[in-house]
Design a protein around this ligand. Structure first.
Ligand SMILES: NC(=O)C1=CN([C@@H]2O[C@H](COP(=O)(O)OP(=O)(O)OC[C@H]3O[C@@H](n4cnc5c(N)ncnc54)[C@H](O)[C@@H]3O)[C@@H](O)[C@H]2O)[C@@H](O)CC1
Ligand SMILES: Nc1ncnc2c1ncn2[C@@H]1O[C@H](COP(=O)(O)OP(=O)(O)O)[C@@H](O)[C@H]1O
Ligand SMILES: [K+]
Length: 487
């Protein structure tokens, strides 16, 4: 089972390098560059006129094609009677064939952005190749610190389109108009905070699958894998999840994971917990079954009998019996989600875990768990998750306001989360939900992608008062809307 092919083309993220190649391919195919630039400028002008009232507007133009887009926008706005001024990074740029624009050029030293002014940032886009310095740094720093409204062309200048890192400075754009497909930098690192609202414009570039550097997680990619049940389906045909909880006061985390598994569409969930806490667990659940955990056999016996998938970690504790049970289950290659304690258990000897992991495993660390398990790594979140997945031989879902999922195939970036999810237990719910999808037969990367998106979608529209307990019923209604109706 795999992601939908047509959706891959629609939802791919294209690195700046691949985007430049796609531009050149389109030009070689017979579309003139000037035509692409005019289409880009028209798209920018459309966004601008629908979003902002006519107001004093300064267009910062760089030396490359991003600047060419800016100059083309300047022409269109001048024609529409906007009060436009143009600042050129290269003051010697030849504009003898654009006399209308030339008459609006002002020295860069006069650039003084302030509230009530619109600044169109066309200094650098995909071609940013080094740290901002000198004149460019001065212009962007002034803009970054000002109250002016900024509309960025392609990327806020200084934001790295591949990593979302800031190379010297970058404005806080109110909106960004980009072309063809989003770039990873719109979603990673500082991207979301610097880009503002991102508009995607079609300028007639052909999509080729090889251009994809990653995928932007979207239901189109995996919705077909959430099959509605047959009329006469049986609960054990819909998958069984085993959740291993721990003793004592942290049992709530394991129970949250079990409950999330129960609303994933899986037919049944068993929560295993030491005898001392089994009675309390039984009193807190109705549909989820509770059974005593008394060592590795209680987990492997159950998973041999019921199959499905397991979730280890939330509230599991650091006991030796839990660790042995986890290692024993990994030997059987049953699909597993490993979160929280199941990851920190191995912080001193990660190799012991990596040796046993297999491609049906999903690891769901947050940044702290990630660095405890994989050490400090260089690179963007996307690059780090990919390296970690390779090292672990499993799917790695690295959580955060933007979540990255990496495995064997193209990595995915999930960006529909909101700060309502920054609440204790939200991660436990995610782990259980993914285990539920694994139990229903989804492959690890697909289950992780569906889990991350649906989990975040369930929290959308919720506020700071969201408690993790409230997520399972919200997840159930997101799922109901995603799954095609039964006939
Ligand atoms: N390639 C094309 O045909 C098209 C490009 N488009 C636009 O063109 C942009 C890409 O154009 P380019 O590849 O020319 O790249 P850019 O215009 O983004 O930047 C490249 C130029 O900036 C200079 N530069 C890069 N980093 C710098 C730094 N830190 N300090 C000072 N100078 C720096 C480079 O030497 C080069 O002259 C896209 O972002 C998009 O806005 C669109 O108009 C569509 C068509
Ligand atoms: N600011 C945020 N914006 C979007 N999603 C967030 C944010 N903060 C946390 N999340 C999401 O909430 C979940 C929190 O998981 P985790 O850190 O493991 O918390 P816990 O261990 O308390 O359950 C993850 O899925 C994460 O991606
Ligand atoms: K720009």
């Amino acid at each position: 089972m795999a992601f939908d092919e047509a959706a891959i083309r629609r939802h791919m993220l294209v690195t700046p390098g691949a985007m430049a190649a796609a531009d050149e391919r389109t030009i070689a195919g017979g579309t003139e560059r000037a035509v692409l630039i005019r289409r880009a400028a028209r798209a920018i002008t459309r966004v601008l006129r629908s979003r902002y009232a006519k107001q004093p507007t300064v267009i910062l133009c760089g030396p490359g094609h991003n600047g060419a887009d800016g100059i083309s926008v300047a022409e269109m706005l001048i024609e529409a009677g906007w009060p436009v001024e143009v600042v050129l990074l290269d003051e010697n740029q030849d504009l003898s064939d654009r006399l209308g624009v030339l008459s609006r050029v002002r020295p860069s030293g006069t650039f003084s952005p302030r509230a009530g002014m619109l600044v169109i940032d066309a200094l650098f886009g995909a071609g940013l190749s080094r740290l901002l310095e000198g004149e460019a740094l001065m212009l962007i720093e002034r803009l970054e610190l000002s109250q002016a409204t900024c509309l960025a062309i392609d990327l806020p200048s200084g934001l790295d389109g591949q990593t979302g890192e800031i190379r010297g400075a970058a404005p806080y754009a109110d909106a960004t108009v980009t072309f063809h497909r989003l770039k990873p930098g719109h979603l990673l690192g500082h991207g979301p905070e610097r880009c503002g609202k991102v508009f995607l414009a079609d300028i007639g570039i052909e999509a080729e699958e090889d251009d994809a550097g990653a995928l932007h997680n979207h239901p189109d990619l995996w919705r077909h894998l959430l099959r509605p049940s047959k009329r006469d389906t049986h609960k054990y045909e819909k998958g069984h999840v085993t959740a291993l909880g721990g003793p004592g006061l942290k049992g709530g985390a394991g129970r949250l994971a079990a409950r999330a598994a129960a609303v994933s569409g899986a037919g049944a969930v068993t929560y295993l917990t030491p005898l001392s806490s089994a009675e309390f667990a039984a009193a807190s659940f109705d549909a989820v079954m509770v059974a005593p955990f008394h060592g590795p056999d209680s987990v492997t016996d159950l998973t041999y009998k019921r199959g499905g998938a397991c979730v280890f970690g939330p509230g599991m504790g650091h006991g030796d019996a839990a660790k042995e049970a986890l290692l024993a289950v990994l030997e059987t290659e049953i699909p597993c989600v490993l979160d929280a304690d199941a990851l920190t258990l191995f912080e001193k000897k990660p190799g012991e875990l990596f040796e046993k992991l297999h491609p049906n495993c999903v690891l769901t660390p947050h940044e702290g768990e990630f660095s405890r398990l994989f050490g400090e790594m260089e690179g963007s979140k996307l690059e780090r998750a990919c390296k970690a997945a390779k090292k672990a031989g499993a799917v790695v879902l690295l959580k955060g306001s933007t979540t990255v999922i990496a495995g064997d195939g193209l990595p995915l970036v999930n960006s529909n989360g909101s700060a309502a999810l920054a609440t204790a237990g939200a991660g436990d719910v995610l782990a259980g939900l993914i285990a539920g999808f694994l139990a229903q037969g989804m492959a690890a990367a697909e289950a992780a992608a569906a889990g991350a998106y649906i989990h975040a979608d369930a929290a959308s529209g919720q506020g700071p008062g969201l408690e993790a307990e409230a997520l399972p019923p919200l997840i159930a209604s997101v799922l109901k809307n995603l799954v095609a109706p039964t006939h």
